[in-house]
Design a protein around this ligand. Structure first.
Ligand SMILES: [Zn+2]
Length: 187
């Protein structure tokens, strides 16, 4: 199983995007450059509890999410964007030569640790969907660390990762695999 093929997403990303678009239209932003927008997105997403799901599952669940729930989540996203915008307005960094991309380096970190754990338990059989859920559950347990980085740069550099952070990821990966296994056996 190639872990890099597992696709997950944080459902807050879409809601935060929607909130940013609305506030741009309202003229709430004093600057609409790519860097300022991405920084607002990163700060807002870091203030919201990560809500990762395997890609594809999100759409089905969103359809079953009631309109009230959706509006509630959108207003939470808007409040987070408003707080983030206040911070960015105080000290805007603005776009440099390249357009920034928004990434949560936890995604690469958890993939790396998950691949490592699986390499050591060859007797276990996991489906791609099970592993995608394990990845999503792990990412929900870890505080998000969204950052904006120039396109094409390495997302999470290994030398920037603290050993204590790896230990925390390892614990979350193990508990997520246990959770997935329990769900399959109907526990
Ligand atoms: Zn700007």
């Amino acid at each position: 199983m190639d872990i890099s093929l597992l696709k997950v997403k944080n459902r807050w990303e879409e809601l935060v995007d929607t909130a940013i678009e609305r506030m741009l239209e309202e003229g709430a932003f004093s600057c609409s450059c790519g860097k300022c927008r991405a920084d607002v997105g990163a700060i807002a997403l870091n203030s919201l509890p990560p809500d990762y799901v395997p890609v594809g599952v999100g759409a089905a669940e969103a359809a079953s999410t009631g309109e009230d729930e959706l509006q509630h989540r959108l207003s939470q996203a808007e409040a987070a964007v408003r707080r983030a915008l206040d911070l960015v307005k105080q000290a805007p960094l603005h776009s440099g030569a390249s357009e920034p991309v928004l990434v949560n380096p936890n995604e690469d970190l958890v993939r790396t640790v998950l691949a490592d754990v699986l390499a050591h338990q060859k007797e276990e059989q996991w489906s791609a969907l099970q592993l995608a859920w394990a990845l999503a559950y792990s990412l929900r347990e870890l505080p998000p660390k969204y950052t904006t980085t120039p396109k094409g740069e390495a997302y999470a550099r290994a030398d920037e990762i603290q050993p204590s952070a790896v230990a925390q990821v390892l614990v979350s990966v193990h508990s997520s695999l246990q959770r997935v296994k329990a769900e399959v056996s109907g526990a």
